[in-house]
Every structure is written in C-alpha cells, then in structure tokens.
Design a protein around this ligand. Structure first.
Ligand code: ADP
Length: 396
C-alpha cells in the first residue's frame, strides 16, 4: 500500500511517499518558504535530488506541485495520483481527545480545531493540509497521527502541574508531551533489541527540538516537554525548564508583551541564546573545540540537563534497561553521547568510546560489554510510523 505522508507547517511542508508494508521510500521532499519565495527540494528513492526555486504562494499550490512532480513524465515515481492508497498527516496536538491515530472525519477536524489554543502555530497548518488533500484527492482516505498520542498513557501524577486543579479541568492545563511517534518508534526498536518481556527504557530525542521520555513496558510514563514543546531540555532556540518567575520579571524589566516573551523563550534562547553563535550544535561544538568559553558552557548545560532527566526517569522507572539516543544530535553527535553518559557509571551506564565513535545510519549498541544498562543509537523514523498507522486504519 502506498501512503503519502504529509507534515504541513505554517510556511513549509514535508512529505514522503512510502510503501507501508515494505517500508520502501519511493520519494521524499520539503517545500520551504511557502508564500515567500518558495523552494522545493525533492528526492526520488535514495539518491536522485531535484531542487526547484519558484513562487509557491499557497499550501494548496505546494501540494499540487508535489503531486505533479510525483506523476510527471520526467520525474515520475507513480503514473497517477490514483496509485496513492491513503494519506497520513502528522498532527502536533491531539490533546486528551486522541490516544491513537484516527481516520480524518469532520468531527476529527473539529476536535483538532478546538485544540488550536494549545498549538497555535501547528494545528492550523495541519488542518489546512488535511482539507487541501480532501479537496484535491477526494476519494483517498486521510489519517491523522498525533505527536501527543503516545504520551496519553502518562499517569495523572506525572502529567498534572502543581497548580489549582480547576485550571486542569476547565482550561486543560497539563503536560501533554510531544515527539510521540519518535519515542514510540525508538522505544519499540529498543524493546526488539532487548528481547525482554518487561522493559524500562529512556529515549533521548535530541534534534532542533528535544525531549526525553521514560517508557515502561512500551508505554510512556513521563516526558520532558509539557503543555507546549517549550518545557524540558535545552534546545536549538528554546530554553526548556525555567523558573516561571522569569516571565513577569522580563515583562516588567524589558516591557515585553506575552507574545514577545514566548518568542524570546522559543526562538532566541537555548543553544543559540546561551552560545551567541548558532542554534546548530555543530557550529557550537566547533567553537568549543577552539576554546570559546560560552560554547563550552552551552554544551555542559545541554548535557547536564539531559543527565538530570535520565537520572530522574531512572528513578521513576525504578531502574533502567536501556538508554536510546535519536534524532539529529542523538544520532550524530558522539561528543554529546559521551558527555551525557560520563559520570553515570554508578548507575551501571558504561559507554564504549570506540563503538560510540563509529559512524553508521543503522541502529547500534554503544555500551561496554560489562555495562548493566544498554546504550543504543537508534535512527528515528516518524514517517514510517505514520505510514504504518495509516495502512492499519485504511487497509479495509
Ligand atoms: P529537527 O528537530 O528539525 O527534525 P533534527 O533531528 O534533524 O532536527 O536535528 C537537527 C540538529 O542536529 C541540527 O540543528 C544540528 O545541531 C544537529 N546535528 C546534526 N548532525 C550533527 C553532528 N554531527 N554533530 C552535532 N550536531 C549535529
């Protein structure tokens, strides 16, 4: 079954065409700067790359263009749109409505709309993607796969904030968590590697956005992101955990509005804010190796925050069988993996530095032979989870 996986953002759109049964990736791509100057980067199979720079004023035109490229004589991977069996949409916020993927109906769209206050940047774009697909491919079923769904198994004591309870019951203020499809995929791969019936796994998804998740017997019991993706780790441009007292202090001192504060904490903080160099960790690592003090502090902060979560989650899980590293930083930055694990030997976490330094795009074990805890690097594949869920719900 061929599934078109779509991740629609406010001015961008990522897509993949996947055979959901075999996992074969037929084509993938990214449209950026929709409504600005438009750039489409399209890849066919593993290696053929095409770049188009042309005005792409709307999301609808972006999707139409992608479909034309997929079926066009010179670039085609399918002969007609009719070969697409189903469309899987990544949806950021499913709130408490969705604990698993669902077929898109009017009621589902209405519920995702209700959740816009919780994800004002993401959910409107996700809905737009669904409505456009319904309009231009009316006979093909759509499935919504939620970033929050995997974390709906968290117990109340781990998702509530310590604020008056009516703000949870009336305003839905609680921890939801994100990166759910990635945490699910990676923990599931780790369970296969562990071959244990009962498992306690900590997944560190470290990308531009980062989060840690405690997974007990395949279920999320706690995660570092919260009501929004701002909570938790030090990220590319997000501050992560911070004293809430900082917010009124900044508002008074710097005369900032709520919108400006959120922008400051989401887009100007984290690795970028502390280092003053870049949100891209590669550049900060480079500077730290050249003895840039702020770059060095940034890396220590980043690793210490991850360590803090690993230790607290080991406590919640009452032990740990495996720690998994995934996403851009987790999969590629051996320095960060080493620094995070160093000092945790008392917990039975022993990294093998030779294995840690090996480059590979496959899942691998990087712990020492005598490590009580397995340490895995597992490349994430959120699109495959979306394709497989879409297949399961639409195979008829
Ligand atoms: P996103 O959250 O946007 O999906 P990714 O998971 O692709 O992001 O992660 C992107 C980040 O990974 C980049 O910002 C970069 O800092 C980091 N990264 C990628 N490769 C390396 C590397 N070799 N060393 C350090 N950081 C890396």
């Amino acid at each position: 079954m061929l599934v078109f996986v779509l991740n629609a953002g406010s001015s961008s759109l990522k897509y993949q065409l996947i055979n959901a049964q075999s996992g074969e990736l037929k084509a993938s791509g990214l449209v950026e700067r929709i409504g600005i100057d438009g750039v489409l980067k399209h890849e066919i199979g593993e290696n053929k790359k095409l770049t188009f720079e042309l005005p792409i004023p709307t999301h609808k035109e972006a999707i139409e263009l992608v479909l034309r490229i997929l079926t066009n004589d010179e670039t085609k991977v399918i002969s007609s749109i009719k070969e697409i069996d189903a469309i899987g949409h990544r949806v950021v916020h499913g709130g408490e409505y969705f604990d698993k993927s669902v077929i898109v109906t009017d009621d589902v769209i209405k519920k995702i709309e209700d959740l816009i206050p919780l994800a004002p940047l993401h959910n409107p774009a996700n809905i737009l993607g669904m409505k456009i697909c319904q309009e231009i491919m009316p006979t093909i079923p759509n499935v919504a796969v939620f970033d929050t769904a995997f974390h709906q198994t968290m117990p109340e004591e781990n998702y509530l904030y310590a604020i008056p309870h009516e703000d949870y019951t009336q305003h839905h203020l609680r921890k939801y968590g994100f990166h759910g499809t990635s945490h699910y995929y990676v923990s599931n791969e780790a369970i296969k590697l562990l071959k244990k019936e009962k498992s306690r796994i900590i997944v560190c998804h470290l990308g531009n956005g980062s989060s840690v998740c405690a997974v007990k017997d395949g279920k999320s019991i706690s995660t570092s992101m919260g009501l929004t993706p701002l909570e938790g780790l030090v990220m590319g441009t997000r501050c992560g955990d911070i004293d809430a007292g900082v917010i009124p202090y900044l508002m008074e001192r710097k005369h900032m509005t709520p919108h400006q504060i959120i922008d400051y904490l989401n887009k100007k903080s984290g690795i970028l804010g502390v280092s003053g160099i870049s949100s891209d960790l590669r550049e900060v690592i480079r500077a730290s190796l050249e003895n840039d003090q702020r770059a060095q502090v940034t890396i220590k902060m980043l690793c210490n925050r991850i360590k803090k979560y690993i230790c607290s989650y080991a406590g919640l899980l009452e032990g740990v069988d495996a720690i998994c590293f995934t996403a851009g930083i987790g999969e590629n930055a051996d320095l960060i993996r080493k620094q995070v694990c160093s000092g945790l030997e008392f917990m039975g976490i022993l990294i093998d530095q030779e294995k840690n330094l090996l480059k590979s795009d496959k899942s691998r074990e990087i712990n020492a032979k005598n490590s009580k805890v397995k340490i895995y690097v597992i490349p994430t594949n959120e699109e495959l989870v979306i394709a497989k869920d879409t297949y399961e719900l639409t195979k008829g």
